[in-house]
Design a binder for this molecule. Structure first.
Ligand code: ADP
Ligand code: MG
Length: 233
């Protein structure tokens, strides 16, 4: 599904928030590195997708009315077998319905559990004066302790992306801290440029969040994605 289709669907339903599945589909169509994520309407479908992508998997509530999925008990990670997936499917729906009784539920998203990497966040907000602004920083629990972030106005040149990465203190984590292997910094910089290109090409995107992104010795991957559309096209 391209962004245009996701936008048309969201507009026709009078909503501004794309679900994680819609956002990731649109980003994947633009070649951004996101974990392939498919929507299941039944526990049988969830089990079939899990078998397809391979265990362990992660299951998440998919609703345009739920922004923070973990907050409502809507995320289950490290599901190791079919029984765990079926149980998670039922529990996630029950938890979401209890927390947000009026929520429109699309289903449960099933995706492969990505291996642990250095956690990063990439975000875009739209400033009334400067237009889209990209935020980049370290993610995970540390982000709550230290505000380790860099900002740049779109469009980003490769040199801007390099500067952003080297501006944050967490660059040390990417360069191989305490015997850990170094991460693929070039892939991180490429991702920042891709995000810049994506929002430049799609002015209907008012906010974009990739939180978290995992960086590895080879490549990066976003395991969560959120897109908020502007009020008007
Ligand atoms: P939320 O809407 O609460 O931000 P996320 O999709 O970010 O939900 O999931 C919550 C946490 O679960 C993430 O911060 C990450 O640590 C973990 N997680 C989510 N998806 C995956 C995945 N595909 N692989 C590995 N970990 C994941
Ligand atoms: Mg998240």
């Amino acid at each position: 599904m391209t962004l245009a289709i996701a936008i048309a669907r969201a507009r026709s339903e009078g909503r501004h928030l794309l679900t994680e599945v819609e956002a990731k589909d649109a980003l994947a169509a633009a070649d951004l590195p996101v974990v392939t994520t498919r929507l299941a309407s039944t526990a049988d479908e969830a089990a079939a997708i899990a078998r397809d992508v391979g265990y362990p998997v992660v299951c998440k509530i998919t609703s345009p009315d739920i922004v923070h999925k973990s907050d409502v008990g809507g995320v289950r990670v490290a599901l190791a077998d079919e029984a765990a997936v079926r149980r998670a499917f039922d529990e996630i729906l029950a938890a979401a319905q209890a927390a947000v009784p009026d929520a429109r539920i699309h289903g449960v998203a099933v995706q492969r559990m990505a291996p642990a990497g250095v956690e990063l966040i990439v975000g875009v907000t739209t400033d009334p004066q400067f237009g889209p602004v990209i935020m980049f920083g370290t993610g995970g629990v540390l982000v709550e302790l230290f505000r380790d972030v860099a900002f740049r106005v779109v469009p980003l040149a490769p040199r801007d992306a390099r500067e952003m990465v080297h501006e944050i203190r967490g660059v040390k984590l990417l360069q191989g801290f305490r015997g850990q292997p170094a991460c693929d910094v070039a892939a991180v910089e490429r991702l920042l440029c891709q995000v810049s290109d994506f929002v430049e090409a799609n002015p209907q995107v008012r906010e974009l969040d990739l939180n978290p992104v995992f960086a590895y010795p080879e490549g990066v991957t976003a395991v969560d994605a959120r897109i908020v559309l502007s009020e008007e096209d």
